[in-house]
Design a protein around this ligand. Structure first.
Ligand SMILES: [Zn+2]
Length: 319
């Protein structure tokens, strides 16, 4: 008990430091995507309901959330609609899901084959239990992510605990599970640790667990996704990656970005998790104060890869 209490004290202390830091510099960087309109990709309107006949339609849901639609298979990665405020996260208050927001989106997208989860933090996993209750989707995630969701009365048949080296088939898609590292913030991974078998209540009960990256093959394309700091697995070097979705939330992952692009040689690179995910989605995209998009852009421009950005809920079909 003593060590858990100490751990919680340390987490709360780190979280408060994060809050103060963010608040101190937050006003300096509230810009959205307007300055980078030349990089933003989007299919012509109107948005189609039917999945594309070829390629993969990618819809950005904010944070590290993506809907990936191919002709035969629909995957979700890290869906997060019920955003928790900075204060709620910093002071480790109760996490508050917003089932109406999730429901609203699910009514437009009722057919999900699988939800891939990179780690157990609130901004990657909080809305997954509701999605699993509402759809026939299975969840693919770490042992910790599975334990968190199972503690919320989700039947084990929907949950697939995976680890580095696993390869899964979801309808016409293939998913390779790869190792990843979580960004450190002020020297340590926030809300680190493994799940207890109790339903998570506070923001910090949604612990990171074992971070994973995924190599997804669907619609004839190869998409690599890593929510945080690289590097990816050595064996994916020199494979033909069409799109690398790389988290660049903090200085840790911004520093790792060039090496990860060098390793993957993707045709397109999409920086992820760089938006201010403490604000409601309805406010639209603005950069997270901690990130450094100019550095990401410079690193991409120095390499033979095409840098792209996506706006919230505006699909782009990768062909
Ligand atoms: Zn995280």
């Amino acid at each position: 008990m003593r060590s858990r209490a100490f751990g919680e004290f340390v987490s709360a202390r780190v979280a408060r430091l994060i809050a103060l830091w963010l608040l101190a510099i937050g006003t300096a960087s509230a810009a959205g995507l307007q300055a980078y309109a030349d990089l933003v990709r989007a299919d012509p309107l109107p948005v189609h309901v039917v999945p594309p006949a070829s390629g993969v339609r990618i819809t950005y849901l904010g944070t590290n959330g993506y809907l990936l639609e191919a002709r035969d298979t629909t995957l979700l990665v890290d869906p997060y609609f019920s955003r928790q405020s900075l204060a709620r996260a910093a002071f480790n208050l109760d996490a508050v899901p917003q089932p109406k927001l999730v429901d609203q989106w699910l009514r437009q997208h009722p057919h999900i084959d699988a939800v891939l989860v990179t780690h157990g933090h609130v901004d990657h996993l909080l809305d997954v239990p509701q999605i699993l209750r509402t759809t026939d989707a299975q969840m693919i995630g770490s042992e910790t992510s599975v334990r968190l969701v199972r503690s919320m009365n989700i039947a084990g048949a929907h949950l697939h605990a995976v680890r580095y080296g696993d390869k899964l088939h979801v309808r016409q898609a293939t998913v390779d599970v790869l190792p990843a590292k979580h960004d450190r913030v002020l020297g340590s991974v926030p809300f680190n640790g493994r799940a207890r078998n109790l339903p998570p209540r506070k923001v910090g009960d949604w612990v990171a667990g074992e971070p994973l990256a995924f190599l997804i093959q669907l619609g004839g394309k190869r998409i690599f996704i890593n929510a945080g700091a690289g590097p990816g697995a050595p064996e994916i070097r020199a494979r033909d990656i069409d799109l690398a979705i790389l988290g660049v939330a903090t200085p840790d992952s911004v520093r790792a970005f060039p090496a990860e692009v060098d390793q993957l040689h993707p045709r397109f690179v999409l920086p992820s998790h760089q938006d201010n995910f403490f604000q409601p989605l309805a406010r639209g995209f603005s950069f997270l104060p901690l990130t450094n998009f100019p550095a990401v852009r410079a690193a991409a421009n120095a390499r033979r890869t095409e840098l792209v950005l996506l706006d919230y809920f505006r699909p782009w079909t990768l062909r």
